[in-house]
Design a protein around this ligand. Structure first.
Ligand code: RB5
Length: 146
């Protein structure tokens, strides 16, 4: 699995922590920035991450801002992206098993680094359950063509 990760200034410190988790898990990744805590606009990072996941260049994306909300709103504008804002381990598991989320959004001002690590590890290692959930995910996809 290859992962692409990005943040705005509000998520920069948590991004650096999550990169250490990716390294520990020996998961190849690309970091699209930002590179410091100077103020930037979250869509500028959400869209390249989402587009490159949607294009199939990366299997999964990780986006981090202050709340995870702006990142998820922007990422979900891209066709084929199912971005879930997650702040607990159960939702991390369900977003994969039931929703086949391909982008994870985290909020640095919402979850601490310890919980974020557990969320990330769960999200990266949980497989989509398929079956009846595939039908439902497909129905989300049809909305993109309306
Ligand atoms: C930046 O202040 C903040 O608005 C951003 O990181 C994010 O939380 C937006 O959803």
């Amino acid at each position: 699995m290859r992962v692409i990760i990005g943040s705005d200034h509000g998520g920069f410190q948590l991004k650096e922590a999550m990169i250490n988790v990716l390294k520990d898990m020996e998961i190849p990744f690309e970091d699209v920035g930002c590179d410091c805590q100077d103020s930037v606009d979250y869509p500028d990072y959400a869209l390249p991450v989402a587009r490159r996941v949607a294009d199939g260049e990366f299997e999964r994306g990780i986006l981090i801002c202050g709340t995870g909300l702006g990142m998820s709103m922007a990422a979900n504008k891209v066709k084929g992206i199912r971005c879930a804002v997650v702040s607990d381990e159960f939702s991390a598991q369900m977003s994969r098993e039931h929703n086949n989320a391909n982008v994870l959004a985290l909020g640095e001002r919402v979850v601490g680094p310890g919980l974020a690590e557990k969320i990330l590890r769960t999200w990266l290692t949980t497989e989509f359950a398929g079956g009846r959930h595939q039908r439902r995910v497909d129905k989300i996809g049809t909305l993109e063509d309306e």
